[in-house]
Design a protein around this ligand. Structure first.
Ligand code: OAD
Length: 253
């Protein structure tokens, strides 16, 4: 399905908009997704060995090094057209909530500010024991580095399998989904809970649900509109049409 007039009109007329993004929104920046068959991280690495508290306790150095490698990848990446399109879209709403499962800071670096990071951020580290954030650390010294406060091991500030999501971000995300009139799900397989429930909560609360994904997902059948295309192509086009529509109405008013 392409970008219909109805889709543009729904977005133009909405006052409350929420967006959920996943790894697909950063794929065109060169950041690997998780579940794509050949290139996805979980096709090549075992999450049980790298992304659980048990894995960290078993082999902290291995886990630290894997995240250090991924940190380098995201620091070298640049935001793409999809990230920038969401910044442009945000300007036109007083209530616009961007919710991301990504830990790569690319939304921040594109200029998005009201951002809820459900799975943390790879650029921050905190103590495994006392949860104190570390302002910086030395990659040349003992790895993982130690917490200055309690001496515990530092870990990336990301959500691992078996861990809870940050309470406040999750609560705000639920609330935004519930009050949204249009909800966009962009570049996520919509498999990992609780993030995957947000589009469905929005739909049940009456939102018009738009999915942007190159492949069909379990969400596609529930979406009012599934745009089967790359986020970096279709999102800027959609946003351009919505903004053109808003501006032409303002000029006509
Ligand atoms: P996935 O790898 O599960 O899904 C990425 C989705 O993006 C797939 O449905 C692809 O079809 C789609 N995709 C790929 N390239 C795209 C493009 N250029 N434009 C649009 N869509 C594209 O990633 P997530 O759904 O983000 O959690 O995964 C959710 C969570 O699972 C991650 O946050 C991570 C992982 O385990 C944690 O680490 C806690």
């Amino acid at each position: 399905m392409g970008i219909s007039d109805e889709l543009v009109e729904r977005l133009r007329a909405a006052e409350h908009v929420a967006v959920l993004t996943g790894a697909g929104v950063s794929a065109e920046s060169g950041v690997p997704t998780f579940r794509d068959a050949q290139t996805g991280l979980w096709a090549n690495y075992d999450p049980a060995e790298l992304a659980t508290p048990q894995a960290f306790l078993r082999n902290p150095r291995l886990v630290w090094d894997w995240y250090a490698y991924r940190r380098q990848t995201v620091e070298a990446a640049q935001p793409n057209e999809a990230h920038y399109a969401l910044v442009d879209l945000e300007q036109h709403y007083s209530d616009f909530t961007l919710i991301t499962q990504n830990i790569d800071s690319l939304h921040w670096r594109a200029g998005s500010r009201d951002l809820l990071e459900l799975h943390g951020n790879i650029s921050r580290v905190r103590c495994f024991e006392c949860a104190t954030y570390a302002p910086g650390w030395d990659e040349e010294g003992e790895l993982p580095p130690r917490c200055a406060r309690c001496g515990g091991l530092l870990r990336p500030d990301v959500v691992w399998f078996g861990e809870g999501l940050p309470d406040q971000a999750l609560r705000l995300a639920y609330e935004a989904a519930q009050r949204s009139q249009v909800f966009l799900s962009v570049g996520t397989s919509a498999i990992v809970q609780p993030a995957a429930s947000l589009p469905l909560i929005a739909r049940r609360s009456g939102a018009y649900l738009i999915e942007i994904n190159v492949e069909e997902t379990s969400l596609s059948v529930f979406a009012d509109c599934w745009l089967q295309d790359q986020a970096g192509t279709v999102l800027p086009e959609l946003v351009r049409r919505v903004i053109r529509d808003i501006q032409s109405r303002e000029e006509g008013a």
